[in-house]
Design a protein around this ligand. Structure first.
Ligand code: SAH
Length: 396
């Protein structure tokens, strides 16, 4: 790993075409987990192999979960050598795991360039949709850092570094499954980063995660959460998969939302709701609005009433999330009475709303917190304070 890997022209071309919108570090090895079945067919055909070789490769990768090309015993030595020369097999190593198998576990992974990302595994009784099924939910990161600068969030505190590759997104799921020995059936893209700002890689990763030849997670069990990139929501709407969408709303008027989410200046609430309508036209499913309750900012009953009006006629539900404090940021969660009053306005208006009250519900936690601690301690990044110009010591 880390050495310049031989790549054939087919792969270079396909990678170059995705680089225009999704920068990949030049030294990043090509991972076996970057490719869809169609990509594998392209690769095997380029090497004069029949199509079914591609099927065999993905079977070894995702059904049998082998850890090396040597184990792909129905492929010729020659083909295995070509694969080994072109692709890297390693999953990201974990740096730290906190929590136990039956509580929320946070995985901190180190990427090829030394950067860190967090993946959070949430056990059965705390899944995103709030039902007490036996499903485990994985909160996955999509970028290193985040460029959207939401004022309450830890992920953007050190600015944006880069998009995750397809293999780094898929790899989080595979690495956690390997470590915990249990399949993941639910994924939420609520870790570090803005998934829709990494749309090309996200879409490919969704395909690999969803495909029956791949990780085989139902599309309805994958939720993409966005700060509200309207055009990208519309693009994703057109992908014929019943994936779910969660919108981080956090304000019912432009005035309030703009204060804590600068993205609202680019796509205001009217524009965002236009995209939501497009989504609902294409998906015929319920959409989720996340709404963090922050004391003195967005948690008053006036905001609740406006929010109710906005979402009333939509096939939508609202997840109210008491703010998780982030070290160094001034925001606080309101008291329980204020939280409940907010919820009651919504429910009385006929809006489906849930208020998360349990402790340790880390699905709501900003996944960037653990990474921030570690990277700051290692001196990889300098932590900046809000409204102070971002500084990254080893930015490239
Ligand atoms: N960029 C995407 C996904 C990552 S954040 C998005 O904005 O949706 C996942 C969710 O956690 C978002 O709703 C985000 O607003 C929320 N979040 C961030 N920091 C939080 C905090 N300190 N407490 C509670 N929720 C937080």
């Amino acid at each position: 790993m880390g050495t310049a890997i031989f790549v054939n022209s087919w792969f270079v071309e396909s990678k170059l075409s995705s680089m225009s919108s999704t920068p990949i570090q030049p030294t990043q090895p090509n991972s076996v987990f970057d490719l869809t079945l169609e990509d594998w067919i392209g690769w095997t055909e380029y090497h004069g192999q029949p199509k079914f070789r591609a099927k065999q490769i993905v079977q070894w990768l995702y059904e049998k979960r082998v850890g090396s090309f040597d184990e792909m015993t129905n492929l010729s030595q020659d083909l295995r050598a070509k694969l080994a020369a072109a692709f890297d097999f390693t999953l990201m190593p974990h740096v730290r795991i906190t929590g136990s198998n039956d509580t929320t576990r946070k995985f901190l992974f180190r990427l090829f360039d030394g950067r860190l990302i967090e993946t959070v595994r949430i056990p059965a009784n705390a899944n995103f949709h709030g039902d007490r099924s036996d499903r485990i939910t994985l909160c996955v990161s999509s970028q290193v850092g985040c460029a959207y600068d939401c004022k309450f969030c830890a992920s953007g505190l050190a600015g944006f570094t880069r998009n995750l590759s397809v293999g780094e997104i898929v790899g989080q799921v595979l690495a956690v499954e390997r470590e915990s020995g249990e399949p993941i059936r639910n994924i939420v893209f609520m870790g570090m980063g803005e998934p829709l700002a990494n749309l090309t890689n996200l879409t490919k990763a969704l395909e690999i995660l969803n495909a029956d030849w791949g990780v085989n997670i139902g599309a309805r069990h994958m939720t993409v959460s966005t700060s509200g990139l309207a055009p990208q929501i519309e693009k994703l709407a057109k992908i014929p998969k019943q994936i779910r969408l969660a919108i981080s709303l956090h304000g019912a008027t432009d005035e309030v939302r703009e204060k804590i989410m600068p993205v609202n200046k680019r796509y205001n609430l009217n524009r965002l709701f236009e995209a939501v309508h497009t989504w609902l036209d294409h998906k015929k499913q319920m959409i989720t609005f996340e709404y963090i309750l922050i004391e003195g900012v967005n948690a008053d009953v006036e905001q609740a009433a406006i929010l109710a009006k906005r979402v009333q006629s939509l096939h939508a539900k609202v997840n109210l999330i008491p703010y998780n404090t982030v070290e160094g940021l001034p925001w606080k969660r309101p008291d329980v009475a204020t939280q409940e009053a907010f919820r009651d306005v919504l429910t009385k208006a006929g809006v489906s709303a849930t208020l998360r009250t349990e402790k340790g519900h880390d699905i709501d936690a900003a996944c960037g917190q653990l990474r921030l601690q570690e990277e700051t301690a290692e001196g990889t990044i300098e932590r900046s304070t809000p409204n102070v110009k971002r500084s990254i010591s080893n930015s490239r």
